[in-house]
Design a protein around this ligand. Sequence first.
Ligand code: GN1
Ligand code: MG
Length: 364
Amino acid sequence: MKSQEELFGIVGRFAVDGQVRSVEPLGNGLINDTFKVIMDGEESYVLQRINHAIFTDVDLLQHNIEVVTAHLREKLIAAGETDIDRKVLRFVPLKDSPKTYFWDGGSYWRTSVFIPDTFTHETVNPEYSYYAGKAFGLFEARLADLKEPLGETIPDFHNMELRDRQLKEAIAADPVGRMADPEVRRIADFLSGYSFEMCKAERMYREGILPKRICHCDTKVNNMLFDAAGNVLCVIDLDTVMPSFVFSDFGDFLRTGANTVAEDDPDIDRVEFNMEIFKAFSRGYIESASSFLTPVERENLPYAVSLFPYMQAVRFFADYINGDTYYRIRYPEHNLVRTRNQVRLFQKTLEKRGEMAAYLDSLA
Ligand code: GN1
Ligand code: MG
């Protein structure tokens, strides 16, 4: 861990206003380390250490983010919006270069302007869920005409066939002996039974009937800034913005938003899929995304809702079998607990498929 003085020094490499007063941990992401930087001047900042074991091409990563935020900013201006600095992130360049990241010899760092008087939530009610649906649909709609191609910051990030292969490799290698546990073997069998069905998106893509679009790809509830009235101001955590299926944003939001408990709640009997959250989010999303969604995309939204708990179960489970090398854990069985939770959620979504399809059909 870095000392306060070292963190102050890193902030000082960026073209920030004023002198640093304090640097404190912020948020609870599982990948990067995030800090809030308080200055003696008006603006505060968010400092992040980028996990470059996961985002191996930081230059491409920051390039994507700069292109995306610039495009969103243009769209907001063109739409006559006010308060634009509260609606799109602004990354700060270095003092001596236009680059928006700094390599300190061991880690990559970046700084964005902190947006004050905003809130993040770990759970949503139907009203907030509706706003979230609108916001992510709008995010995709605004990026639909982006001319500059974006690279994949994590290649094949939401490719279910790849995630499936990675799990099979982990099971075959069993590097820390976790396959000896009968429960672990049962989960492996259960997941493998659904793998063909869940890899449907990749097949539709190869058949040429499913497009890729610029998506956010990490639409967890806590990746949005709300104002005090519950309106979504700004979508954050742009590391995974890349070409993907719209299923990513629709499915991953509901994976966290419609689960009645947190993704790592050990009491899986409390895991339910909340249809009110689903309905509100869908209504908002369809309102802003219906202009570009194809019939195939729309028809498969219930599949997307099941795909994401399934994919997340596969990812948490593969990490557990691999000895916890990817996700930050707080105790040794954390990834197994997360897996059980996501498996249960996946089952709950399967039960609700018909109801979801009927509701989506009822939307104009
Ligand atoms: C990671 O860092 P965070 O918490 O925003 C992960 C997501 C997972 C999520 C599970 C780059 O996101 O894909 O859905 O954890 N991000 C990456 O909580 O792998
Ligand atoms: Mg996050």
